[in-house]
Design a protein around this ligand. Sequence first.
Ligand code: PLP
Length: 402
Amino acid sequence: MYLDNSATTQVSEEVFEEMKPYFREEFGNPSTLYGIGRESKKALNQARQRVADAINAKPEEIIFTGGGSESDNLAIKGIAFKLAKKGKHIITTDFEHPAVKETLYFLESLDFKVTYLPVYENGVIKIDDLKEAITDETILITVMHGNNEIGTVQPIEEIGKIAREKGIKFHTDAVQTFGKIPVDVEKLNVDLLSLSSHKINGPKGVGALYIKKGTRVTPLIHGGGQERGIRAGTENVPGIVGFGKACELAANQLDEHYEKLSSIRDELIDKVLGTIPEAYLNGDKEKRLPNLVNFRFKAIEGESLILLLDAKGYQASTGSACSSNKLEASPVLTALGLDPVDVHGSLRISLSPESEKFDVDEFVDILSEAVSRLRQMSPLWNDDLDYDGVMCKKHGDDCRMC
Ligand SMILES: Cc1ncc(COP(=O)(O)O)c(C=O)c1O
């Protein structure tokens, strides 16, 4: 049972079928004028229309990229370089994906100033903090729509309204939200929005950046003038075709999938918190994606838990795919103000529409058993302690043994 759909998803059968002809029969370069080139161009145009329709944009506002990371880079550096003469201040949050965070660190090395808004224990920013952070020098606000590790959703519409009133460009990374909750660029008041194909049952290595008409960015890849001169390079036609199809499917099935996923998620949250002692949900319970939950378990080492679950046939993760091979505490969970020891005991479960076969009761039994087993071996666990009050249940407050 694959429970790591926020890391990546399986390409769907329909998407795969749609892509196939563009590997061999329809291999033309879309920039050429003869028959097979024109066929490829037609396929690109159709995919662009499908992506645009899925987010209520116009096709000319869609730039195809090599994935979510590239879209984030293009949005942030593209605006920063374009508007550097106007100001050098950017506002973001404390827990963005590395594709945003590392891009901002790079810009700091070029003398840009960045304000990192706190996300508090519930993993959501406060609008007043944003208002206070804005200065005459602010040229860009970049705040992710849904967090990839804990699944909390930010008040993008409200942030966009403020940005627009102040004449500041606004970018959001919607890589985790698109296909899970409505992503409508008009309603969200965004100027730039990043998407990635492989999170919605499309192929890897392809994505898009929505750039609102009239918003100008400095290109990062120069060359043959493809993608309106904003992203040079012969287009990845099969990938883009697959992405287009995945967008169409995701948009058509959004409501049905939302219902299905959020009901499994809620059942999972209730059963885990109700069955396993000292288990906590990371991030706000309400303002969250329907497919993603992140728990922490007192006195547990997340990696060991992942291995025990894997041995029972469940693939989940401790954090984002990018950081799961690092031993440092997750920066996202650290940003919530959690104790670094507790951060290591976290488990991310991300569902997909195929998760309807997922038996929550059976999983929680296995999880519960794995947690107890690890706690029996853990020097940090003591059955006699009430971890909330950190007092000994057996001997009371004065206990010097437990
Ligand atoms: C929120 C978020 N932004 C950006 C990315 C990067 O996307 P890609 O893997 O397509 O480069 C990811 C991938 O995990 C993500 O979760």
